[in-house]
Design a protein around this ligand. Structure first.
Ligand SMILES: CC(C)(COP(=O)(O)OP(=O)(O)OC[C@H]1O[C@@H](n2cnc3c(N)ncnc32)[C@H](O)[C@@H]1OP(=O)(O)O)[C@@H](O)C(=O)NCCC(=O)NCCS
Length: 140
């Protein structure tokens, strides 16, 4: 089940995010609440333990973050959240989605590749662990 995330989901989003990302990469509950209040930002949450946060600016959208709790990974939740986000983003008028992913994040790269994302750039040593970020894009 995928729901539109509101500010009441900020705590759940922070908990899921903290379970899925290393300590240095975590976002606080207040960050999610603040993001969700911004124009063009929307979130989708699966109460089983996953969410995606998107931002749309005119014809371009961005995946701000996507996380699925380790206990429920590899059950299709991430794929379903991304697919629903792409449908809604297109319906809102965007024509392209961008995102950044660590070149070392094989799970996310496989997920995005299967969803039609292709590499359009690279940010060297972008992450705290020294990994490059790949900039991926998908046309809607
Ligand atoms: C990336 C992430 C969101 C995937 O969520 P998920 O619900 O486990 O993914 P799904 O079950 O929907 O998997 C969809 C596809 O992605 C790929 N995939 C997912 N996890 C994978 C893994 N551990 N290794 C390799 N491929 C993987 C597979 O192609 C998979 O399809 P398949 O199961 O039919 O083989 C999740 O692993 C996660 O939260 N990781 C930590 C946070 C993160 O990296 N977020 C993305 C930052 S850009």
């Amino acid at each position: 089940m995928i729901l539109i995330a509101g500010r009441t989901h900020a705590a759940a989003m922070a908990a899921i995010h903290a379970s899925a990302f290393p300590p240095g990469a975590r976002w606080r509950e207040e960050s999610f609440a603040a993001q969700l209040a911004l124009p063009g930002v929307f979130g989708l949450i699966d109460p089983e333990g996953g969410f995606i946060l998107m931002r749309i600016v005119a014809e371009e959208a961005e995946v701000l973050t996507l996380a699925v709790a380790p206990a429920v990974q590899r059950r299709g939740i991430g794929r379903a959240l991304l697919a629903e986000a792409m449908v809604r983003t297109r319906a809102a008028g965007a024509r392209r989605i961008l995102l950044e992913v660590s070149e070392q994040n094989e799970a996310a790269r496989a997920l995005y590749g299967a969803a039609g994302f292709a590499e359009i750039g690279r940010r060297r040593r972008y992450y705290a662990d020294g990994a490059d970020a790949l900039v991926l894009a998908a046309m809607l």
